[in-house]
Design a protein around this ligand. Structure first.
Ligand code: FEO
Length: 164
């Protein structure tokens, strides 16, 4: 059984991951409407990756003999200033998620909950990857700017992503 504090924090983290999924899906929807099919494809895959993160926590809670409580998901932003600004927001969001995972890891340590810490190590590694990917995209936008040709090129490039 998980302690009350760890269970509460894990349930909240499911909510953060589901919000991430919702946020990226909202970004995808904005990209579709603006005729950026490649960015939309990238965001849809990112959204489904976030659902998988939530499910990892969901399964873990049950594996430990506790119960999942799903919380309300906030409405994400629906408008973005530009594709570059949207990816900057995504990076900012991933940094917030990394900080939340770190806090969760610290809490599990305080509660002497080593299995939860071991499980969270996967998320710590994943966040390094998530931030690295987002930084890479933000840097590419800075390098080439947002001229129509640059946007067309980046849209094609990001649209080639096939894994979630
Ligand atoms: Fe599940 Fe992108 O953090």
């Amino acid at each position: 059984m998980l302690s009350k504090a760890v269970l509460k924090a894990l349930n909240e983290q499911i909510n953060h991951e589901m919000y991430s999924s919702y946020l990226y899906l909202s970004m995808a929807a904005w990209c579709e409407a603006k005729n950026f099919p490649g960015f939309a494809q990238w965001m849809k895959l990112q959204s489904s990756e976030e659902t998988k993160h939530a499910m990892k926590l969901y399964e873990f809670i049950h594996d430990r003999g506790s119960a999942v409580t799903l919380l309300a998901i906030d409405q994400p932003a629906t408008e973005f200033k530009s594709p570059a600004k949207m990816f900057e927001l995504a990076l900012e969001h991933e940094r917030k998620i990394s900080a939340l995972i770190t806090k969760l890891y610290e809490l599990a340590g305080k509660e002497n909950d080593y299995p939860t810490q071991v499980m969270l190590q996967w998320f710590i590694t994943e966040q390094v990857e998530e931030e690295k990917t987002a930084v890479g995209i933000v840097e590419q936008f800075k390098m080439v700017g947002e001229s129509p040709v640059s946007l067309l090129m980046l849209d094609r490039q990001l649209g080639a992503r096939s894994n979630a």
